[in-house]
Write a protein that binds this ligand. Sequence first.
Ligand code: NAD
Ligand code: TYD
Length: 360
Amino acid sequence: MHTYLVTGGAGFIGSNYIHYMFKKYGDDIRIINVDKLTYAGNLENLRDVEGRANYSFVKADVCDAAAIDAVFASADIDRVVHFAAESHVDRSIEDPGVFVKTNVLGTLTMLNAAKKAWELCDGSFRPDHKFLHVSTDEVYGSLTDEKDYFYETTKYDPHSPYSASKASSDFMVKAFIDTYRFPANITNCSNNYGPYQFPEKLIPLMINNALHGVKLPVYGDGKNVRDWLYVEDHCKGIDLVQEKGRLFETYNIGGHNERQNIQIIHTIIDTLKEMLPDGDPRKELVSEDLITYVTDRKGHDRRYAIAPDKIKAEVGWYPETCFEEGIRKTIAWYFDHEDWMARVTSGAYQTYYEEMYGNR
Ligand code: NAD
Ligand code: TYD
């Protein structure tokens, strides 16, 4: 029976991962979720698992070495899945410091704590103890050639403070692998979407704005390309890599679903119109007229696209949810969770929105 230490489990992907793991393994695993509960962390995302005997939550900062050591001392942890991070590019442009702190120093703290807990007298590690570092395709930079893709061998070339901090954290994991033969894997995934995503990111922001008749802010010419993956497929990939992947290896995760931002926005508008029942007042608000081109993001990467050949060949991963189905499931989830959206967009979100979009 594996005991998982999941960091950042109250965020978007972390909470989906915890749901996925309990759905897959039930009572055959234990999960300890360590999260600082920043603006992006929300325990409401985990309401339906918090009563489980094999789940516990610890409120702690991944930069707090004493707190992380105490978590390792409290249970026989043999799996770490490290999600905790500052994750939004626009915020990193405004305030890079916290990205370095959480993403770089926080990852180092997690590595040090796991190494201390798992290392044997001869410098090797306890058998079948594994650390998985969750990273992003943004570390590879921006593609110009339409036929080009990010492979695991692609040279790192991060541009934003966010991607630079994630690249640094990846290098620290690689350094632990190369120096200590520390038992880790890295996954670099493309853009995720799905339930529980905070509405600072493109898809939930556009769904929420459209339903309220608020303008849809398109950065630049709207032709930047992202490779979108339904979040559950990412969770499945993480689990497969940790259980079946070759230790020390990096795996890219992506579903060959590249779309321009403006295409995504049109799909959201069309799907909302189709899914909202006649007579629903929100149907009147959803309109192409809301699309508003605004000042581009500084240093905006043009195109991301993952080549998932390695994860497919080595662990048999494939994406199960195509974009048309995934976006419908996502919109249906937001329809059913209007109160969740209302709560996360009250208070501090209003200040954030005004600062980010007020004069754009
Ligand atoms: P998120 O912002 O939704 O969640 C981050 C979580 O980490 C929150 O619960 C937050 O409270 C927690 N956290 C932040 N700082 C912390 C700290 N110092 N100590 C403890 N907890 C802290 O992010 P997400 O979109 O779920 O991303 C999770 C991970 O996946 C990140 O490492 C991100 O880089 C990576 N990733 C995200 C995407 C994507 O499309 N969202 C794609 C590829 C990789
Ligand atoms: P985002 O969801 O922030 O993810 P990332 O920057 O990590 O890829 O943005 C996805 C794309 O959508 C990116 O090209 C920026 C663009 N975008 C907008 O055009 N308008 C917006 O309001 C947001 C949040 C993003």
